[in-house]
Design a protein around this ligand. Structure first.
Ligand code: PA5
Length: 449
């Protein structure tokens, strides 16, 4: 079984011929993507990653994960953006909801905590307290090796390791995932002798979950990274046609583009499982950083249902009509629960007896889709047949392929992120980083300093 894509709930909004009219644009995008003639093609090695990755390094990742599981209770994973969200998505999706709180014998691997994804001091202090006297290791992940947030967090946890284990033993508990040749983290890893893993040159941060960036934390959590790669590999084969009627990733790209052209400029990725919240966060970076350029692109947003139906639901039903939804529906979650029997009908739930809580979830999702369609919100659906690594790998490739093609239909470079630098310049200027002297004067003056 593999993932499927469903457009029946946009039929009120999009006519069949509009898809065929989109075919030439998709063919052109496919051409640019696969023949690497489009802008940013040097960062499109993710296309063949599922069949063309470093197998020796893959085995080293599995061995490192085993080592971490044998000498640590906790792995602190330090990274931000593309060096964070893919691992967080997968660790959440492939493990129980409260994995870090379970008893040790109830967990498949180590507890995973993420750090370096904000500039909050409290977050770091609180995580240090959580670690307490438990054994831990650190996986620091940064392609550039110079990103401020993870660099700060790495100092904190490196010093904690040194205090706990001594300088030499600490080095054995640090795993660095970074560029093959350059950057401060690369240089430190070489001089200190940390075990290192490589982020391939041709794979940008938001496309890097199937490289060591995602694979080491995912493996350490106990999930099966071979299955993850196998799912992506089968998806690579399935999504290899330019024909929209045969390639559902491209059909998704086309549907989004048709809707955008009709004024539906915000896409909400919807989930019905709390373990999928970070799937949306990963997807938001993938879509937003790839498409949001030249004053164009669909704004990627998300909502967690049914939770957010009690907050955002009103807006979705009746607010500005520029929204469409893409529901990622997990058809068979790993566990289910019967509604507990109760004598009498004090809570008014007797009519639900005999059905499972997951059936309630599914009916709720179907009902909400119909209500939103009636309210003028086009609704796309991606169905995940199982909550497992194979399916996740498949889905990752589906979205990556879709955004690669979609980016080219917008005539932009889907693989760069020049806009991410603006905030860094302002921040460095205010912090007085050497090399930013002119900007420092300017920004400080704007703050009246
Ligand atoms: O996609 C991107 O470029 C960003 O989100 C980066 O992944 C993020 O800034 C982290 O960069 P680095 O891995 O160099 O620390």
């Amino acid at each position: 079984a593999h993932i499927t894509f469903d457009t029946k709930n946009i039929e009120n909004f999009v006519a069949a011929h509009e898809f065929s009219e989109m075919q030439p644009l998709i063919t052109m995008a496919d051409e640019q993507l696969r023949h690497r003639t489009g802008a940013g093609a040097e960062y499109s090695d993710w296309i063949t990653l599922p069949t063309d990755y470093d197998k020796a390094e893959f085995s080293r990742i599995q061995a490192a994960a085993k080592q971490i599981q044998s000498d640590s209770k906790i792995l602190v994973v330090i990274g931000i953006g593309g060096s964070y969200l893919g691992a967080k998505m997968a660790v959440d999706f492939l493990n129980p909801m409260f994995n870090n709180e379970l008893a040790d014998d109830q967990r498949q691997g180590v507890k995973i905590y993420f750090a370096g994804n904000s500039t909050s001091a409290s977050y770091l202090n609180d995580l240090v307290r959580v670690i307490g006297d438990q054994d831990f290791s650190v996986n620091v992940i940064s392609k550039s090796g110079t990103t401020t947030e993870p660099s700060i967090a790495f100092r904190v946890f490196k010093q904690l390791l040194e205090k706990k284990y001594g300088a030499q033993a600490a080095k054995k508990r640090i795993y660095a995932t970074t560029d093959a040749k350059h950057g401060a983290l690369h240089d430190e890893a070489i001089s200190e002798g940390y075990e290192t893993f490589t982020i391939p040159d041709g794979v940008g941060g938001r496309f890097s979950v199937l490289t060591p960036v995602g694979l080491l934390p995912i493996a350490a959590s106990g999930a099966n990274i071979q299955d993850l790669m196998n799912g992506a590999k089968d998806a690579q084969e399935e999504y290899s046609e330019s024909d929209l009627t045969k390639n559902e990733a491209y059909k998704y790209a086309a549907a989004r583009r048709i809707l955008y052209d009709k004024g539906y400029t915000t896409e909400l990725l919807i989930n019905w499982e709390p373990t999928m919240q970070y799937l949306s966060e990963w997807w938001k970076q993938l879509m937003g950083e790839s498409e949001g350029k030249n004053q164009k692109g669909i704004y990627p947003s998300s909502a967690n249902f049914s939770t957010d139906l009690h907050s955002l639901g009103q807006y979705i039903q009746e607010g500005r009509r520029d929204l469409f939804e893409t529901v990622v529906k997990l058809d068979n979650p790993v566990s289910n629960l019967d509604l507990p029997h109760e004598a009498g009908n004090n809570d008014g739930l007797q009519y639900l007896e005999g059905i499972t809580i997951d059936e309630v979830n599914t009916k709720a999702s179907q009902g909400v889709t119909l209500a939103h369609v009636d309210g003028g919100v086009p609704n796309l659906a991606v169905h995940l047949p199982a909550q497992d690594a194979y399916t996740l790998g498949y889905m990752i490739y589906f979205f990556e392929m879709a955004v690669g093609a979609s980016g080219y239909t917008f005539g932009i470079n889907p693989f760069n992120q020049p806009g991410v630098e603006a905030y860094k310049t302002a921040m460095f200027a205010l912090l007085g980083k050497p090399g930013y002297e002119e900007a420092t004067k300017d920004f400080r003056a704007r703050l009246g300093e």
